[in-house]
Design a protein around this ligand. Structure first.
Ligand SMILES: *[C@@H]1O[C@H](CO)[C@@H](O)[C@H](O)[C@H]1NC(C)=O
Ligand SMILES: *[C@@H]1O[C@H](CO)[C@@H](O)[C@H](O)[C@H]1NC(C)=O
Length: 182
């Protein structure tokens, strides 16, 4: 019975698309909560407008990593504002059936593919424009009305088995059962 439950749990967990690590200095994909500039969740207030993305913490100058195998569709301009030129760049991407954008990232290339975990760009110097903010990558779906929150989890809290190792038949029973029933 336990085995069946574990199998169902594994099938269920693999069903949902989740972003892997996005920033080299943020192994948990920790989301920006609140600072003097505002809050990082989808729908947060931005002076009469709504924040149409999720902010993932990332220190200035960090490597930005492909969260899964991605196709680069091009670079983008975030603000088109000379006062924000230092961070006015981002990347259009697709992967895992999702179309999304990363803001405040300088791409290392503007076409082709990048494997999961490989570098796709560099976090731009956000502190130079928004001093004291929690520096972050803004993740926005191509359909801005779509909330990307469900694609993120705290990678240090939820233990999603990786396809490469734990899902190999025979290694299946190495799972830490109490972990799932706690
Ligand atoms: C990339 O995103 C920008 C900003 O949303 C958009 O204007 C541009 O058309 C997109 N380019 C590609 C190639 O998808
Ligand atoms: C965009 O996303 C919203 C919210 O999920 C959905 O209602 C709408 O149909 C989507 N628009 C397109 C063009 O897919």
């Amino acid at each position: 019975m336990r085995r069946i439950l574990v199998l169902l749990a594994v099938v269920w967990m693999c069903d949902a698309v989740k972003f892997g690590q996005l920033c080299s200095d943020n192994v948990c994909n920790t989301q920006r909560t609140s600072d003097s500039w505002g809050e990082g969740h989808y729908g947060a207030s931005r002076g009469g407008r709504l924040h149409k993305g999720v902010d993932i913490e990332c220190s200035d100058g960090s490597d930005v990593l492909a969260p899964f195998d991605v196709t680069i569709k091009g670079s983008l301009i975030v603000y088109n504002d000379p006062n924000k030129k230092a961070i006015d760049e981002g990347i259009n991407l697709s992967g895992e059936g999702l179309c999304f954008k990363l803001f405040y990232v300088k791409p290392i290339k503007t076409s082709g593919t990048v494997d999961k975990g490989e570098k796709i760009g560099t976090m731009l110097p956000m502190q130079s424009v928004y001093q004291g903010i929690t520096s972050h990558i803004h993740v926005q779906m191509c359909n801005r009305s779509e909330d990307p929150t469900e694609y993120f989890s705290d990678l240090c809290q939820t233990r999603v088995p990786s396809e490469e190792t734990e899902l190999i038949p025979g290694r299946f029973w190495w799972f830490d059962l109490p972990h799932y029933y706690a």
